[in-house]
Design a binder for this molecule. Sequence first.
Ligand SMILES: [Zn+2]
Ligand SMILES: [Zn+2]
Length: 396
Amino acid sequence: MQITGAVLEQIGAARPYADTHPLTISRLDLAEPGPEDVLVRIRAAGLCHSDLSVVDGNRPRPTPMLLGHEASGIVERVGEQVTDLVPGQQVSTVFLPRCGQCANCATDGKLPCTRGTAVNNAGTLVGDRILLRRDGAEVRHHLGVSGFAPHAVLHRSSVVPVGADVPADIAAVLGCAVLTGGGAVINAGRPADGDDVMVVGLGGVGMAALITALSLKKRARAGRDDGGDGGGGDGGADGHVGKVIGVDANPAKLSRAIELGADAAHTPAEVAEQGVRAAVVIEAAGHPQAFETAVAATGVGGTTVTVGLPAPDARSEITPLVLTAEARTIIGSYLGSAVPARDIQVYERLWREGALPVGELISGHIRLEEINDALDTLADGQAVRQVIMFDEPAEG
Ligand SMILES: [Zn+2]
Ligand SMILES: [Zn+2]
């Protein structure tokens, strides 16, 4: 079929992107789904910092590439070997295909799937396939999704079903921002009873980590009020979180964190001056200074979780002595150390219960044609999540 999508022509374009147009809106040919694939009509796609990192060259990928890795849509067709999805079902996309058979997959989300990582680096779908062509020339897939277009063919392992009642924009951000930020807290940070949680960098992923920590706190409180056990504790931490603290250089994001229920919000300078520390500190800015702030703010016996994606040549200075003397841990987490099919269900349920206000992550809705301007807004640190909405087909 023919689709119209946002293709990155080459990496490293100068700013402002509104003038240089690193993404061109192009007509492309999308090949038929294979036996293990699904054809999805995309309804919404979030513009994530990882898209920007491909545009600016911090995450080099082969080009031309049809970008977009955080999307949701309706299954239109399934390959003959896909037996657990049917046309009409809503799905969220997941940006790391998961074979379920390699040694890394056996670590339950701690390590990224080896085969998924290889095809993502090559800009192909599982099975080393390229289904996108423009004027006969190959266009690469972005992280197995390529969601900046009204249709996509994805491998079965790149989608997770979500309920029909979940709005399209919410379903989109479940697959990247929420899975990554929420998992950084629940699967990687695993706050113990009473632990304070700090999040450094309040973009989409950081804000998702913040509302997840707040949801653990709320559930713990609700559990205590009912004399219950805190509401479950799916996925790891059982959630008697202490204070939740947001950190960002942008004052508007600090106000937002407080509105969402954070106990405190600080600039990185305030964190250093006031010696603010927390037991679990999530670094979600992808910047070496943010990592240093996060490490310095981690308390004795605490854990620093880094989920940001800094440039490959970025370097940070830390004091190794504190790791020993204060018995501290630094860990990295990719895709929230998640098992998507398990974890998205948990976030979906928390959203439905009103405990996880995912809609608060969405700072604007845009049209596909506005994507270059939206990249500037994102690069300026002004956006949490801008979501591209695609037109619904007319009733036939
Ligand atoms: Zn993303
Ligand atoms: Zn695997």
